[in-house]
Design a protein around this ligand. Structure first.
Ligand code: NAP
Length: 277
């Protein structure tokens, strides 16, 4: 039941109707008996600053920010966590005494999910991709002591990412599979495999991988992507992308509502069912 003490949060995007975050956060409000509500907030490009000021003035505790606003949100923050600074993006904002505090929880969510799957972080990590998600994943892995290798179709973006990280290595897109034998972790942070498309001959690309290689995909539609299927067939440990979605949401919930929620089975089932994956 909402009342004068109900804490408010939400997700800003354009469009935003596809976002599963309201379902997840409101589920957590129910199970943790938090007097809070989390709403979808459609905000058109160019309107982000006005929207943030209005929401802060209306007493919102904070918001998540998704496509296409993540980079502008980063610019509008008064303070940023070190993780957000390194990732160059902010997806979780808090409104505190007229200031906007920004964090980027995608990378932390990715790493927490790996650890929940008993993947030990460290050693060499090869990340495919250099877009927004890859930046967050690379920064988080580096913070946790991994030596980061980046391969991206557009090499220049991989070079820019390594430069922004201040460390790491660029591998040619056509040659990354030759170096797989040196890696402890392979991460697909591109949109390859979305919708189950078999755009890459993954079976072939994985043939140089060696135990104890772990393979993670951040694409979660489908949950079992063609990459994960090929990796499983080769006997490697695999981690799908749904957990990242759930784990990245926990920090925001904690910041706005004061409770660290469980990434419980019901959360996974709820999203998997709704996404039909
Ligand atoms: P983005 O910024 O648009 O980056 C897309 C990346 O995919 C770029 O590196 C791009 O390479 C690469 N790519 C696209 N098509 C390709 C192709 N045909 N061949 C090779 N590389 C290709 O997107 P993003 O925000 O980083 O998201 C990437 C994926 O992660 C999406 O599928 C998204 O749904 C997923 N994601 C999942 C979570 C989660 O919680 N599990 C969170 C965030 C994102 P170029 O630079 O060469 O274009």
């Amino acid at each position: 039941m909402m009342n004068g003490h109900t804490k408010l949060a939400g997700v800003i995007g354009w469009p935003v109707s596809h976002s599963r975050s309201p379902m997840l956060h409101n589920h957590w409000c129910r199970v943790h008996e938090v007097n809070g509500v989390y709403v979808p907030l459609p905000v058109a490009p160019g309107q982000l600053e006005t929207a943030l000021k209005g929401l802060a003035a209306a007493g919102f505790a904070g918001v998540n920010v998704t496509i296409p606003h993540k980079e502008e949100a980063f610019r509008l923050c008064d303070e940023l966590t070190e993780t957000a600074r390194r990732a160059g993006a902010a997806n979780t904002l808090r409104f505190v005494e007229g200031r906007i505090l920004g964090d980027c929880t995608d990378g932390t969510g990715f790493c927490d999910n790996l650890q929940a799957h008993q993947v030990t972080l460290g050693g060499n990590a090869l990340i495919l991709g250099a877009g927004g998600a890859a930046r967050a994943v690379a920064a988080a892995l580096q913070e946790r002591g991994c030596e980061v290798f980046i391969a991206n179709r557009t090499r220049e973006r991989a070079e820019n990412l390594v430069q922004a990280l201040g460390a790491g290595h660029v591998l040619a897109w056509e040659e990354w599979s030759d170096r797989l034998g040196e890696m402890n972790l392979l991460v697909n942070a591109t949109s390859l495999g979305m919708g189950g498309r078999r755009d890459v001959p993954w079976e072939e690309m994985l043939c140089r991988g060696k135990e104890p290689l772990a393979v993670a995909d951040i694409v979660y539609t489908p949950r079992q992507t063609p990459l994960l299927q090929a990796a499983q067939e080769r006997g490697f440990k695999t981690v799908d992308g749904l957990g990242m979605l759930i784990y990245q949401a926990r920090a925001g919930f904690h910041a706005w509502f004061g409770t660290l929620p469980e990434a419980d089975e019901v959360s996974f089932d709820l999203l998997a069912k709704d996404l039909a994956i």
